[in-house]
Design a protein around this ligand. Structure first.
Ligand code: GCU
Length: 348
């Protein structure tokens, strides 16, 4: 299992270098939420750095950038967010480490990363747990369902989970030929995120799993290290994977989830008033993200098609059974079962 090793073992040297290179805009936060030095006003506010692995065209960048702007206005410049796209502050595993240590204040990380810190998170990384984006968003922002889960990393890792952005439905794409059934994936190296569950998911899809960080996938597809990837259309387009793996097959195996995480000390240092503004603007941000998602998806399909990609339907039924079996295989405690049951109940 990969569980519990991430934060203690990720290379600290790299993290320190990144901390020094990252340029925060303001002084340290103080208990009353004002900027270090006790003055207020935009110039002295605290700018939180947010690590993201997507490009500036991606809905996540757009919604987060707007979030920062509104937060700054709402707090008279006491709090702002600077979004660093394209993994410039590190891939998601490093970002998790940095936010935990306080070298970077915030990050977007995929659910698979949090599963490695607390395996209860794996429930929301299961194929078929969410029917669609609307269902997913209603579950992952229902505090009665997720409240304990989202605060579960505060003591151990100094991380608070604030909620999520959808990754939309994920499907498979290949370098050589469109796949229609799991048998077509036999012998293919399929890139998955760094998660035991998703390694098993690759096998359920009929492939061999190669776990890898997001930013390395393009080159690995291009060089033949990988035969296939799995993602949403938006990342397929923005990361240009369609250039090297032009055969998209609609397996729709998973509605993926990204989380917004923040260093718990930073969050606790906000005044009550600023925290309320922060929560309100974050809610507006994930709502904006959800609204942008469909159009971004349509746009990505058009652009990738114009760039030579083909999008094909598959025999979804042929993939369904082994994917559904993963829930039984991976759910192994009462907390996970309760999360799963609550998620499924919300679908009905
Ligand atoms: C999506 C998701 C990212 C994730 C990536 C991946 O693009 O939004 O957070 O890192 O998939 O497959 O690694």
């Amino acid at each position: 299992m990969m569980r519990k090793k991430t934060l203690s073992m990720v290379a600290l040297a790299g993290a320190t270098a990144l901390t020094l290179a990252a340029c925060g805009g303001g002084g340290d936060a103080t208990d009353d939420g004002t900027a270090g030095g006790g003055e207020t006003g935009a110039a002295d506010g605290t700018t939180m750095r947010l690590s993201l692995n997507q490009t500036e065209e991606h809905p996540s960048f757009i919604a987060l950038d707007n979030f920062g702007e509104r937060l700054s206005e709402a707090t008279d410049g006491r709090w702002d967010i600077e979004v660093y796209p394209n993994e410039v502050l590190g891939a998601q595993q490093e970002s998790l480490q940095l936010v935990s240590e306080g070298g970077v204040e915030m990050a977007i990380v995929s659910g698979t990363q949090l599963e490695n810190l607390n395996e209860d998170f794996l429930v929301f990384n299961l194929p078929k747990v969410f029917d669609d984006v609307e269902h997913q968003m209603s579950v992952v922002h229902d505090q009665e369902i997720v409240g304990d889960l989202y605060s579960s990393l505060e003591e151990s890792d100094n991380l608070t989970v604030l909620g999520g952005f959808t990754q939309g439905a994920r499907s498979v794409y290949t370098t050589s030929t469109a796949v229609e059934t799991p048998a077509d994936m036999a012998g293919m190296n399929l890139r998955v995120q760094e998660s035991d569950l998703h390694i098993a998911m690759a096998e359920a899809l009929g492939a061999s799993a190669t776990p890898m960080a997001f930013g390395e996938v393009y080159t690995a597809l291009q060089s033949g290290v990988l035969d296939a990837g799995e993602n949403n259309e938006v990342s397929y387009w923005t990361q240009k994977h369609f250039e090297v793996a032009p055969y998209w097959s609609y397996t729709n195996h998973l509605v993926g989830l990204d989380y917004l995480i923040i260093n718990s000390d930073v969050l606790a240092s906000m005044s009550e008033e600023d925290r309320a503004a922060f929560d309100e603007e974050w809610t507006a941000a994930y709502e904006e993200h959800t609204q942008l998602w469909d159009e971004a998806t349509q746009d990505a399909i058009e652009q990738a098609t114009a760039g030579g990609a083909t999008f094909s339907e598959v025999d979804e039924e042929a993939f369904a059974e082994p994917l559904l079996a993963l829930a039984d295989q991976f759910i192994n405690n009462d907390v996970q079962q309760a999360l799963y049951d609550a998620a499924r109940a919300a679908a009905e």
